[in-house]
Design a protein around this ligand. Structure first.
Ligand code: ATP
Ligand code: MG
Length: 222
């Protein structure tokens, strides 16, 4: 479904990716592991068409992302991809339900139905009680669940999650991962899950290790 071949990316003198290849199938959860600074976020951003690689190709459903216009690419990101960012922030002025509804509203859905669907996702993420609160009024774990609900509400075909549990204690973090990967498997979405924690990989079907911008693919760990 989503495939990268021979990706290179440098930031000035720093090599972030050096000949990385990667693929994920529909319904598959892949953990991208590796130490800090190894290139995990850069790989995810290239796969999602947020960062253009210096060389190499990313194809989604057989389409080379480099051949798409900026408008087509952002339509693809809005319609087909969902994101839980490493430094992902909720919009502080909006309630949690409004934050989750935001991608639907941006896609032109009416407020009432968008917020109804948003609340359904908050229920699924076990946080319906905070729907009317603002992000500043909820705990870190609750905010993380809201971010996951926001990533899933558009029924994306690929979910990109960059350290989705980075700020959480392990019990809460594992529950969020379980909810994220269960929801993705239910909807047949592919998941690219970036983490440097080994325990997170237990939620993946497959594990890929990035080290100094290069990838080492491990056998299935499901
Ligand atoms: N916008 C940028 N400008 C300059 N250098 C960058 C930029 N983004 C990443 N880098 C560098 O590229 C390398 C890979 O960074 P990347 O963010 O992909 O690592 P990571 O594996 O996600 O690390 P972490 O686990 O800490 O999030 C690092 O050396 C980093 O400093
Ligand atoms: Mg990172």
């Amino acid at each position: 479904m989503l495939r990268a071949e021979g990706l290179d990316k440098a930031y000035g003198p720093t090599t972030a990716l050096a000949g990385v290849s990667f693929a994920v199938q529909a319904g598959e959860v892949v953990a991208v592991m590796g130490p800090s600074g190894s290139g995990k976020s850069t790989l995810l951003h290239c796969l999602a068409g947020i960062v253009r690689p210096d060389s190499g190709t990313v194809t989604y459903d057989g389409r080379d992302l480099a051949t798409l216009s900026d408008a087509r690419l952002s339509a693809l990101r809005r319609g087909d991809f969902g994101f839980v960012f490493q430094f992902g922030r909720l919009v502080p002025e909006l309630t949690c339900a409004e934050n989750v509804a935001l991608p639907l509203r941006l896609a032109g859905e009416r407020r009432r139905s968008a917020e109804r669907r948003a609340v359904e996702w908050l229920e699924r993420l076990e946080t319906a009680d905070i729907a009317g609160k603002r992000p500043g009024e909820v705990s870190g774990g609750q905010g993380q669940r809201v971010a996951v609900a926001r990533a899933l509400v558009t029924a994306p075909r690929v979910v990109f999650a960059d350290e989705p549990t980075g700020a959480l204690d392990s019990l809460n973090g594992e529950r969020v991962l379980e909810l994220l990967t269960d929801a993705a498997r239910d909807t047949g979405a592919a998941v690219v899950l970036v983490t440097h924690e080994a325990r997170v990989a237990a939620y993946a079907d497959r594990e890929v290790v990035v080290r100094d911008g290069r990838v080492r693919d491990l056998a299935g760990v499901a």
